[in-house]
Ligand binder design. Structure first.
Ligand code: ZN
Length: 471
């Protein structure tokens, strides 16, 4: 640690930033921001996100390690959005003694209980399968929700010690925000995940033009997405192709955001007569519940979708859509006639119902597996995406003969050029940028790109590293 807790000169104040986790990985975001008091007062301690690491056995082990800081001394936790890699360890934080205030938007607040409920189920299986200790209990989830407070979009809240926090639209998923902490007339912005603006449903990512420090995601720091108009025609072709071949089109899908975007796109393609009608099975109780929240909170969408919803057009529903709730119904989908579309979780095939569909359809050359989300290292989805001829599912060696299609334009993350554009908005005020929440090659590439193109200092911190920032 490079702690430098010296006296305050010339009105300069200091904050200490610790990259606790989610620094050199995409998942598991967890950052600690603390005041550096001048006269021996207690520092104010804030966490930004408390996510679960996802992908493989290492992640399961890492998630069970004790937090690297004293959780009992934390005053606030700010939650950028409801993805598990940003909220998944909040109940564990409670289990270890956190009793501070938790803040998020109303939309995130509505989504977290169903995300936690689903995690509890998955964790139960995981612990049972691998003999791992319980990560947290239903009681920890209940206590976490009791500590929750809402910060509406575009508002600012005063905190202790002259700190102020503002919630800015990140445009990543329903409810997603960036947090801008202002201290001594300067600020530090934590982006959480940054949306792939423009998106079909959400408002655009808010521009930030006066950031002093930036802690930003870098999932796609080293590559660009295909143009947004290409993604829909790729989806259209994947559906038409699957229909012609007479197989199943299986789409492993994140229940939060990606599923709703997919339903929206299929709805539009059907309304425009661009794809043939065929049964679409939404095989995910979690996605079904999340979609209900999306319907309820449609006022947080962009103007176009908001208007459609206000006019009574349900953008997430169309003829042929069937919601599959029970495990028995899910298994029975194997016997339903082709062609058909099955949308099931999890998005990286590291659990969930999609895995049994993959075991069934991957060996079938008439079928297609469509990947529309980021696939973490070590997950089944990544193995399939890498073109492996055989994959292991439930301990069985499964041949991959199905057509594997990736559309990365549906990513809910900004690509490399747009991340740079986002940084460039603050080029006159930025002192330092910290690209994190990406695989090392992406984070390193983005840091280099920021330095080369904008002449702004960019630094890739190590996991657990602390830095002192002047304000
Ligand atoms: Zn996210």
């Amino acid at each position: 640690m490079s702690e430098n807790n010296k006296e305050n000169k010339g009105g300069v104040k200091k904050l200490k930033l610790t990259f606790a986790a989610g620094t050199t990985t995409v998942t598991g975001a967890n950052f600690l921001l603390e005041t550096v008091p001048e006269h021996g007062e207690e520092p104010v301690r804030m966490l930004i996100d408390c996510g679960m690491e996802q992908g493989g056995r290492d992640a399961e082990v890492n998630n069970r390690k004790l937090f690297a800081y004293d959780v009992k001394t934390i005053d606030y936790l700010f939650v950028t959005h409801a993805h598990v890699d940003h909220i998944g360890l909040i109940p564990k934080l409670i289990k270890e003694g956190f009793r501070g205030k938790i803040f998020s938007t109303v939309e995130t607040h509505k989504l977290v209980p169903i995300m936690f409920e689903d995690s509890l189920k998955l964790l139960g299986h995981e612990a049972g399968d691998h003999g791992l200790p319980e990560l947290y209990s239903a009681d920890d989830v209940k206590k976490a929700l009791e500590l929750w407070h809402d910060i509406p979009y575009y508002t600012c809240t005063d905190l202790k010690a002259g700190l102020q926090v503002c919630a800015k639209d990140a445009g990543h998923i329903l409810g997603s925000v960036m947090y801008e902490f202002t201290y001594n007339h300067k600020n530090i912005v934590f982006t959480g995940d940054l949306g792939n603006t423009p998106t079909p449903l959400l408002r655009d990512t808010e521009d930030i033009t006066d950031a002093t420090y930036l802690v930003m995601e870098s999932v796609y720091g080293d590559r660009n997405h295909e143009p947004t108009d290409e993604r829909r025609s790729k989806l259209e072709h994947a559906i038409q192709d699957a229909y012609k071949k007479g197989g199943a089109l299986v789409i492993p899908c994140f229940s939060l955001e990606k599923t709703q975007v997919l339903l929206f796109e299929i709805n539009e393609l059907l309304e425009q007569g661009r794809i043939p009608k065929c049964p679409v099975y939404l095989d995910s109780p979690l996605a079904i519940k999340v979609t209900e929240i999306y319907r309820e909170r449609f006022r947080a969408f962009n103007e176009k979708v908001k208007k459609e919803m206000q006019n009574g057009d349900d953008v997430f529903s169309f003829p042929g859509l069937k919601r599959i709730n029970t495990a028995e119904e899910s298994k029975a989908l194997n016997d339903m006639p082709n062609p058909k579309i099955i949308i099931a979780g999890s998005g990286m095939s590291n659990g969930g119902r999609v895995v049994h569909h993959e075991a069934h359809y991957l060996p079938d050359p008439r079928s297609t597996l469509l990947l529309i989300g980021y696939q973490s290292l070590g997950t089944l989805g990544r193995h399939i995406q890498n073109g492996e001829k055989f994959v292991s599912i439930y301990g069985n060696k499964i041949p991959v003969r199905a057509n594997i299609v990736t559309i990365d334009g549906y990513s809910s993350h900004k690509d490399s050029d747009h991340l740079l554009e986002f940084v460039a908005n603050s080029k006159d005020t930025l002192k330092k940028v910290f690209p994190v929440m990406g695989e090392p090659k992406s984070a390193l590439f983005l840091a280099q790109k920021i330095q080369d193109n904008l002449a702004i200092e960019a630094y890739n911190p190590k996991q657990g590293e602390s830095v002192i920032l002047e304000f």
